[in-house]
Design a protein around this ligand. Structure first.
Ligand code: IVH
Length: 670
């Protein structure tokens, strides 16, 4: 058969599978037996194995093939299910501890609970009076899918717990996974054990879940009524006592050296374990200390995942493409001959930036070593120069933007006195097609407007069909027109309409983040929202170009200010925010109005003991107070630490502002 014929046949099979997925998952009206269904899947799988050029995002080997999330009721987690930040080596670990010491403003000895990072699917189990009443998937971390019945089929999950000391109301969290030995039997259906576990767990019919032997290992909690435990290791022992399975490899260790030694040892035995692990998790053992350290936007400050080293393989670069990101960065990507690296077929590898290509002298046609670690994008680590063709030519990086032909530049960093390694398109607005599409993908993403049903692929399609050019166009879509498009039915259109409408209500910080301004991530968007309080204020700052005032915000510096200025100098960006502020219902920042420090303003001068400025500020804000950065009449209290700025103290005295020592201030809070 010719390649084109094979492709045609393969696509036909994929389409067939999709049809039966819909019949099974959405309509609950399968037209074929499970056996026949498995046959189609197997055929697709065999074709892919035989012909490496076959690829489809809907392939059952690529993903689960289908995401039946609309079939599950959603439930908001009482306590968010966060993820962990990653460490790949000593530097990252040292950096992790350094950040903790900075936050606490003191160096301390830390004890860690060390646990294997099982590569499965996390789940949360709510028990009330010892009875399992709800089971959910992680979902987007804030809201999960209700999969109670499916979770109940797992033998390791107790339905009822009678221990006297089991909390009356608690969420137990852990990992659902499938043993490697059980996966061998399912090899033809799923790409890896994790996908098998996920697919099984999200079956509509729990009877189907039962067919795949899932396991559960517990490791943490969400909501926990009357929590008295003091250590994570203590909690792990309790879990065991209550009847949950816990990892046999959990450990308590003290120094970074010990962590590294154990990591090295464990890396050697990881393949002997009965389940997949992709690293170790280190959690600060002391729960009070965990509480003090708190969280950043997505992950706790008190825990980190130390990944195992990557898998690698050799392949050949067929071409080098240039991707253009939301902020204009030109990222070169090597299109390589598909190669299996640690169980995943890789056909693209990032080359990071122009400097990386120059430094490693990477060329089209080169044989290269590619590395892939966990969920990180595969990258080229070295060129096999011996295998290089004599006629190969240096790669010439485009000097004009491949999308809009604007000039591209490498920015000069005044701090490091070096040129940036990344080349960027100078167009910051919607005039560059690729940037515009990326901006819109960012706008609809989970952490921004979170428009379910309007995924990245749909954005691209709607762009191609000229249905959208700016984010505000999303709210003016003609749904009748969409319902006539291929692949759209009444249900999907009404879901889309619903989720677009839902997204109109958005908090100010998410809205600022959704604009996709360079250097304004979630954390900085929160700082700007807290400072400006309402969208009308924010728009006013933009209109009057008063960005310099943001320098008052602890955490916002020149880099962010310059980026804001540049962003809003562009007329289309300005138009976007003006129009969106009319269309959307952007809620003001609501203050906690019950705290002890309400209506009180504070300022710090000098070094605080055993506490960083960031922690002190968050303590004040948690108690409804606010922190300002200059001495003026609005200031109520000046808190002085070690070596205060004399001028500030004198100014405060002149204005009759109360001066407090750190202890006096802490006494205000008990
Ligand atoms: S603790 C805030 N402990 O890793 C604490 N997670 O990237 C978050 N995981 O979604 C979870 N083993 O699916 C924790 N011993 C362990 C874990 C573990 C595996 C997974 C879990 C989570 C992801 C975090």
């Amino acid at each position: 058969m010719k390649e084109s014929e094979i492709k045609k046949y393969y696509n036909k099979k994929i389409k067939e599978l999709k049809k039966h997925n819909k019949l099974y998952f959405d309509d609950s009206a399968p037209k074929i037996t499970d056996n026949q269904y498995d046959q189609i899947k197997k055929e697709i799988f065999d074709l892919e194995k035989k012909y490496s050029f076959l690829k489809s995002t809907s392939s059952p080997s690529n993903s689960l093939g289908y995401t039946p999330s609309k079939n599950f009721i959603k439930s908001k987690h009482r306590v968010k299910m966060l993820s962990l930040s990653n460490a790949f080596g000593k530097d990252d670990l040292e950096n992790f501890e350094k950040k903790i010491f900075n936050y606490l403003n003191q160096k301390i000895d830390i004890e860690y609970s060390v646990e294997p990072k099982i590569d499965g699917i996390s789940a949360s189990l709510t028990y009330k009076n010892g009875i399992l009443i709800l089971g959910t998937s992680r979902g987007d971390g804030t809201t999960g899918e209700v999969i109670t019945e499916n979770l109940r089929t797992i033998n390791d999950i107790p339905h009822k717990i009678t221990s006297n000391d089991f909390p009356r109301n608690i969420d137990i969290r852990g990992e659902v996974f499938i043993k490697k030995s059980d996966f061998t039997k399912l090899k033809n259906e799923f790409a890896n054990p994790r996908n098998a576990a996920s697919g099984s767990l999200r079956q509509k019919n729990p009877e189907q879940t039962k067919k795949i032997p899932l396991k559960f290992i517990a490791y943490t909690y969400g909501y926990f009524e009357n929590k008295t435990i003091k250590k994570q290791s203590e909690f792990l022992s309790l879990l065991k006592k209550w009847g949950f399975k816990t990892s046999a490899h959990n450990k308590v260790l003290k120094t970074l050296n010990d962590l590294e030694y154990f990591h090295k040892k464990f890396e050697k035995i990881r393949y002997d374990l009965e389940y997949d692990v992709d690293g170790l998790v280190y959690k600060i053992n002391n729960i009070d200390l965990q509480k003090r350290l708190g969280f950043t936007a997505n992950s706790p400050r008190w825990a980190i995942a130390h990944k195992f080293s990557a898998h690698s393989a050799f392949s050949q670069i067929m071409d080098i493409g240039i991707q253009i990101g939301r902020t204009g960065a030109l990222t070169p990507v090597a299109r390589i001959k598909p190669v299996n690296i640690g169980g995943v077929v890789v056909s693209n590898a990032t080359l990071h930036n122009e400097d990386e290509i120059i430094r490693k002298d990477i060329r089209v046609g080169d044989t290269v070593k590619i590395e892939r670690a966990g969920d990180v994008i595969p990258h080229v680590i070295q060129v096999e120069f011996k295998k290089r063709d004599k006629n190969s030519k240096k790669f010439s990086f485009p000097k004009l933007c491949p999308s809009c032909s604007s000039k591209t530049i490498k920015e000069f960093n005044r701090l490091t006195k070096k040129y940036d390694a990344v080349r960027r398109c100078t167009n910051d607005g919607f005039e560059c097609e690729k940037i515009a599409v990326e901006k819109m993908k960012h706008f609809i993403s989970k952490e921004a407007l979170n428009i379910d049903g309007l995924g990245k692929k749909v954005i691209e399609k709607f762009w191609d069909l000229k249905l959208i050019r700016f984010p505000q166009d999303i709210f003016r879509l003609n749904f009748l027109q969409i319902s006539k498009l291929d692949g759209w039915g009444d249900i999907s259109v009404s879901n889309l309409k619903y989720s677009i409408n839902q997204s109109k209500k958005v908090s100010l910080d998410r809205f600022i983040y959704s604009l996709g301004i360079r250097h304004i991530g979630i954390e900085n968007a929160k700082l700007l929202a807290d400072y400006t309080k309402s969208i009308s204020n924010f728009v006013n700052f933009v209109k009057t170009n008063k960005f310099n005032e943001f320098l008052n915000i602890d955490g916002i510096g020149e880099t962010q200010i310059n980026s804001l200025k540049k962003f809003f100098e562009n007329k289309s960006n300005f138009k976007v925010i003006e129009e969106l502020s009319q269309i959307l219902n952007i809620s003001d920042i609501k203050l906690n109005k019950n705290g002890k420090l309400l209506n009180n303003t504070f300022m710090f001068t000098g070094k605080l003991s055993n506490m960083s400025r960031a922690e002190a500020k968050s303590l004040i804000e948690k108690n409804s107070g606010s922190v300002v950065s200059s001495v003026n009449k609005k200031l109520k209290f000046l808190i002085i630490g070690e070596k205060p700025t004399i001028r500030k103290v004198e100014q405060a005295k002149e204005l009759g502002i109360k001066i407090l020592s750190q202890n006096e201030w802490l006494n205000l809070l008990d």
